[in-house]
Ligand binder design. Structure first.
Ligand SMILES: Cc1cc2nc3c(=O)[nH]c(=O)nc-3n(C[C@H](O)[C@H](O)[C@H](O)COP(=O)(O)O)c2cc1C
Length: 459
């Protein structure tokens, strides 16, 4: 794998770049965004979602206390930023996603939430408060969906975050519906009045399971209600959206400004494209393996994410081929054992392709560069074709490409001096405890409780 040269003192960023790094109220409109997903929202998944058109990406929920005493280390080769706890990597990110990245906090304490936000604020564009997780580990601590019935606490956390963060960092909330629409509207009113930049509504109640149909018909009134408050705040629909094309249906039915996708993206991170990749065992899986290896993504986490992938097939043997690839990955114990599946490219080339796709979108739909209209088309990044994910460009000289990307970006993906970690984390870091607990039985050999079984229809 070739290594990029480092610059001793990166030149200042261009004015355009600085502008794009700031989210505005408009950034949350006319988009299709990646939902926060513990485990499944890993860094490579977020980058592929961005490449294929996600307008913003939410990082998985991290409980406030978990990040507080972490150490921030930067991989000098890839630029990956890792927040390492004593025994494990807690969260990883990369500067390339920062302009589009919302970090989700799990909290039941305004002070802890603010401390957590201050810990990572240099690497994110916004903070989201998880007010919807119904799992006992969250609700027992008063976090997640427990906040829905404790609006004073919920709003005090949002207010504290808003007051503590500089204006260029957004604060948002993700809630579930309450059983009664009247109570939901009361809660929404209070949340909007805290100064949030957007509100995501998962259109299920706390007691509903993912297999229950999302009640998106209840959202229209909520959207109208927020409009009626005279605030220009985006309401983001979440629940049962299958992809970019389907997002048009959801927006039409609900009037929502944007749509957030979780499980369909877990199955296929290219679902944000109007032409999502098919046969992903041949297209996305090899690229995902290469990128994960390059970024030093934890191998077990990589396997877990790949185990959730699912797509439609266009080739006669597609299903059988996918099964073969899947089984081969399941049996493998390291990236070295999947070289034949990963194919010819290096992950660095995949990474550069992602950087190009992200750079190409700037000035288009992000950061309010275009005024939004209520009935505008869902806007995403320029489309990437299946071929562009898998086929090395023979005409492109990769090292000159790399230099061009670096020159254009003002070396922003290069590690700043003084932050280099002599021992890059990740592959050596112990497996995140949560991941170990919930790996599918096929991978772990145990029979864990899979939090969200795959129930999405094949795209
Ligand atoms: C694997 C997985 C992990 C999730 N983790 C989170 C999380 O960290 N924070 C959160 O607010 N919601 C989380 N959710 C819920 C999703 O963000 C989303 O609200 C829910 O899946 C409904 O969207 P969908 O119908 O598009 O799947 C998770 C869902 C899945 C499938």
């Amino acid at each position: 794998m070739s290594r990029r040269l480092h610059s001793e003192s990166p030149p200042p960023r261009s004015a355009k770049r600085a502008k794009m790094e700031k989210l505005t109220l408009e950034s949350f409109k006319n988009g299709v965004v990646l939902a926060p997903m513990v485990r499944s929202g890993a860094l490579p998944s977020r980058l592929f979602a961005l490449k294929h058109g996600a307008s913003l990406v939410w990082a998985p929920e991290t409980i406030d206390k978990a990040i507080l005493h972490s150490e921030r280390v930067v991989d000098p080769v890839t630029g990956v930023v890792s927040y390492n706890g004593k025994s494990r990597a807690i969260w990883t990110t990369h500067p390339v996603e920062k302009p589009y990245l919302i970090y989700q906090i799990g909290s039941a304490d305004p002070d802890l939430a603010v401390q957590a936000a201050k810990t990572v604020m240099q690497d994110v564009s916004g903070f989201d408060l998880n007010c919807g997780c119904p799992k006992p580990f969250s609700t027992h601590g008063g976090m997640g969906a427990a906040l829905l019935t404790n609006p004073d606490l919920l709003c005090s956390i949002l207010t504290a975050l808003r007051e503590a963060m500089p204006p260029e960092i957004t604060v948002t909330a993700k809630i579930r519906l309450l059983p009664s629409q009247e109570d939901t509207l009361k809660l929404v009113e209070r949340i909007i009045n805290t100064g949030v930049s957007a509100l995501t509504v998962h259109c299920r109640t706390r007691n509903m399971r993912d297999r229950d149909r999302a009640m998106i018909e209840r959202l229209k009134e909520i959207v109208e209600f927020v409009k009626g408050m005279g605030k220009d705040i985006a309401v983001i629909e979440n629940g049962d959206c299958l992809g970019a094309e389907d997002a048009k249906r959801v927006r039409e039915a609900t009037g929502a400004h944007s749509v957030m996708i979780a499980r369909a993206a877990e199955c296929n991170p290219s679902c944000f494209s109007n032409t999502p990749l098919t046969d992903i065992h041949e297209t996305l899986v090899p690229a995902y393996l290469r990128l994960s290896k390059y970024l030093d993504n934890n191998w077990s986490l990589t396997k877990f994410c790949l185990s959730q992938f699912k797509s439609s097939h266009t080739k006669p043997n597609g299903k059988a081929d996918e099964k073969r690839v899947r089984e081969s990955i399941v049996k493998s114990r390291s990236f070295d054992e999947v070289v034949d599946i990963a194919g010819g490219w290096t992950g660095e080339e995949d990474f550069e392709e992602i950087v190009r796709a992200i750079e190409a979108r700037e000035g288009k739909s992000h950061a309010g560069a275009e005024p939004s209209t209520a009935d505008a088309e869902v806007v995403g990044a320029p489309e990437q074709t299946a071929a562009s994910t898998t086929t090395p460009s023979t005409s492109t000289n990769q090292s000159s490409l790399c230099r061009a990307v670096e020159a254009k970006s003002g070396n922003k993906y290069i590690t700043p001096p003084g932050t280099q970690n002599p021992h890059p984390p990740a592959s050596g870091a112990p497996l995140i405890a949560d991941v170990q607990r919930t790996l599918p039985a096929l991978i772990s050999g145990k029979d864990p409780l899979t939090p969200t079984p795959l129930v999405m229809p094949v795209l």
